[in-house]
Unconditional design. Structure first.
Length: 273
């Protein structure tokens, strides 16, 4: 009698079979079971995620028929249970690794937005503008503008009066201009893009003035600042009204250098909440 066991791989592309798939024909039961190559294939496939498709038994005499029944009735169920156990454990392991490593749709793969102007109450930036002139920009409070919560950013100028802009960041990291705060009173304007999380060269960001005019604002390029007391920063540079006012925003930090006419104001300290 010949006993042939046909293991069928579940994932053949992941396995390397050093022996033929089928066992040799016309081999006695004792030889088939003890055959080194066949035993290796069986163990290799069990560990490598396989399932037993079936057993074909050909009877030659009573003794081999009885032995075959014992083998089929006892050994095969054990082998099948072992293989199924390996299969279940392997499947659970693959699933766990896929989830923990950030599979499709995992939140861990989501990129955080680039915010060039962090906004929170009490954020402050200190600048040295040379010749003994210094300025401080501060987020003083939150202000509701037509139901929208904004931050009041008080901006000092070395060559002009202080102004307070009403700004807010969105979930994508873009900053929108909502108006001015004058004497504690909000002066709303049509919401206007002010800083982009992903600007392109020469992109316009014009915004209205208090008297109904327009500030011509444009993103120029990405460039390094001049040397500051805190080092050199890579910034997104925006020009207002030509080169009248120039702002250099660093990701996650805010303005690291600003120019106003002949004043070059460099960051000396900043505090973010």
């Amino acid at each position: 009698m010949d006993v042939h066991i046909f293991p069928v791989p579940m994932f053949p592309m992941f396995l390397d079979w050093p022996f033929p798939l089928r066992p040799p024909k016309n081999v006695q039961p004792t030889l088939a079971i003890s055959h080194a190559g066949f035993a290796f294939r069986l163990a290799h496939r069990a560990i490598g995620q396989v399932s037993l498709l079936g057993v074909i038994v050909a009877r030659h005499n009573a003794w081999t028929n009885a032995a075959a029944h014992v083998f089929v009735g006892c050994c095969i169920p054990v082998l099948e249970a072992t293989v199924r156990s390996f299969s279940s454990l392997f499947s659970l392991l693959i699933f766990a690794l896929t989830v923990s490593c950030g599979g499709s749709g995992s939140k861990s793969t989501q990129q955080q937005p680039q915010i060039y102007l962090p906004l929170a109450v009490n954020n402050t930036w200190n600048y040295d503008c040379g010749n003994g002139v210094s300025i401080i920009d501060t987020v003083t409070q939150t202000v509701s503008v037509n139901g929208k919560s904004t931050f009041a950013l008080q901006l000092e100028f070395p060559n002009g009066p202080t102004q307070t802009f009403l700004l807010a960041n969105d979930a994508q990291g873009n900053t929108t201009f909502y108006g001015y705060l004058v004497g504690g009173t909000p002066m709303p304007v049509t919401p206007t893009p002010y800083i982009s999380a992903n600007p392109t060269a020469n992109e316009a960001f014009n915004y209205p003035t208090l008297n109904g005019g327009t500030v011509d604002r444009v993103f120029v390029n990405f460039e390094p600042t001049n040397q500051t007391p805190l080092g050199v920063f890579q910034v997104a540079s925006y020009n207002d009204n030509g080169t009248q006012d120039i702002w250099g925003y660093a990701v996650g930090k805010g303005v690291m250098e600003q120019d106003h006419g002949s004043f070059d104001c460099k960051i000396t300290a900043f505090q973010l909440q």
